[in-house]
Design a protein around this ligand. Structure first.
Ligand SMILES: Cc1cc2nc3c(=O)[nH]c(=O)nc-3n(C[C@H](O)[C@H](O)[C@H](O)COP(=O)(O)OP(=O)(O)OC[C@H]3O[C@@H](n4cnc5c(N)ncnc54)[C@H](O)[C@@H]3O)c2cc1C
Length: 389
């Protein structure tokens, strides 16, 4: 069993960390306060190659593999990139780019992937609806074929990059009677007739990513933009995105935990109370130790999923375990980080405050903790019905 990452990967992480610390982190505070997406940081990330990581070179990608993509995202947040920025990266790269790469036909890949890999054409993913969250199979947005077009009607909710993306992968019902196999995926351009951006949503955390409703009113989508076979939208979601999402996006969460730990160690050594650095108090040492245990456990869980994906081993169970574990220990790490900083940790100018607000999304987005536990339980007990979620 090999636990180390190679020298090239270590050098890559170091360069991403330094890039993030010097070029991205200084921009974060202002945009976090404003609750705005930072195009300057996005452009820099594109030039640095962060959006190109998973894709093949022929489409402008870096062919980095899953583990190296994870290491890059980990280093980016450890260096101080906000959760919001990496959430936008995830919606763009993993939720929009990966299904086009893995399921799209040659024409779709040539048309969309170069802009996604460079970061110039921001992407998003529309599955969730006002009345369909955890129960994703109950989506109501419809897509009816008329000649060489599909006509989409419905509303999507909580869509990351909604107000600013150029294209979305959108999930809609093409055959109501066919259940899971009546749901299809489409690539929808933001300038498609009948498409509009709904209400922009103000969030607790991840404030440097934008979130909105998407509205489809007789929205015309060329039939050529059907992604994969009709009726296979759930396969698009299940088989291609989830394992990627639960590794590459979680990597940003791991980096956030490491950032909180780094900041807390630094602060504990600097902050003096009762004539000594608070690092000398056993209660603080215990918190630091617990944070490190969580970080290393999360790292093992995450790297295993990434390694399995790189070796073409199905990793659905491991990805669910990693997602659940990391998002829940992440909450505790963020809490300890604020606690170690005392009153200063409650103040906006400290990164631990932002990490604390950002991390809560982990137990909600991409499958809530409750649903993860159910899915894991079903997988272990083999109670899952054929064709069910
Ligand atoms: C900031 C943000 C960004 C997002 N970005 C996107 C995006 O880009 N694209 C997209 O499609 N979606 C996105 N989402 C949506 C996200 O994936 C959903 O919020 C999530 O799947 C949960 O759905 P819900 O919010 O409707 O909660 P619900 O499903 O209504 O859940 C409410 C509560 O009920 C519990 N619950 C539900 N069903 C069960 C059950 N069977 N057993 C036990 N408990 C249950 C849940 O665990 C939860 O505690 C985003 C959400 C947020 C907050």
């Amino acid at each position: 069993m090999e636990f180390s990452i190679n020298e090239e990967q270590q050098a890559f992480m170091k360069s991403v960390f330094n890039f993030s610390k010097n070029e991205i982190y200084p921009l974060m505070e202002e945009f976090e306060k404003k609750g705005e997406f930072c195009w300057e940081a996005w452009k820099k990330m594109g030039e640095f190659g962060m959006m190109a990581l998973p894709f093949p070179e022929e489409y402008g990608g870096a062919n980095a593999g899953v583990l190296t993509t994870c290491l890059g995202m980990e280093a980016l947040t450890r260096g101080g990139a906000s959760g919001g920025l990496t959430l936008s990266w995830g919606a763009h790269t993993i939720l929009c780019g990966v299904p086009i790469w893995l399921i799209g036909n040659e024409e779709q890949k040539k048309k969309y992937l170069p802009g996604i890999a460079s970061g110039e054409k921001l992407g998003g993913f529309g599955l969730t609806e006002p009345n369909a969250g955890s129960d994703a199979a109950s989506v109501q947005t419809t897509a009816v074929k008329k000649g060489d077009k599909y006509i989409l009607n419905g509303t999507k909710m909580f869509i990351t990059n909604g107000p600013i993306a150029s294209q979305f992968v959108v999930i809609a019902v093409t055959d109501k009677k066919a259940g899971h196999f009546g749901i299809s995926a489409f690539i929808v351009d933001a300038d498609a007739p009948g498409f509009s951006i709904g209400k922009e949503l103000d969030k607790m955390g991840n404030r440097t990513s934008t979130t909105s409703e998407l509205i489809f009113e007789d929205c015309e989508v060329p039939a050529a933009n059907l992604l994969g076979p009709e009726g296979m939208g759930f396969v698009v979601v299940g088989k291609t995105i989830l394992e990627y999402e639960r590794s590459c996006l979680l990597a940003a969460g791991l980096g956030g935990m490491e950032n909180t730990l780094d900041e807390s160690i630094k602060y504990a050594k600097e902050r003096v109370q009762f004539n000594r650095p608070i690092a000398q108090f056993q209660a603080i040492q215990e918190k630091i130790a617990n944070m490190k245990i969580a970080v290393e456990g999360a790292r093992m869980a995450l790297y295993r999923v990434a390694w399995m994906k790189d070796n073409n081993i199905p990793a659905m169970l491991e990805a669910c375990l990693a997602k659940l574990f990391m998002s829940e220990v992440g909450l505790k790490v963020a809490d300890d980080g604020v606690q170690i900083h005392g009153g200063y940790g409650y103040m906006r100018e400290y990164p631990v405050e932002r990490n604390y607000r950002d991390v809560k999304l982990g137990t909600i987005g991409a499958g809530t903790s409750e649903v993860q536990r159910q899915v894991i339980g079903k997988m272990l007990l083999k109670t899952k019905k054929k064709g069910a979620k």
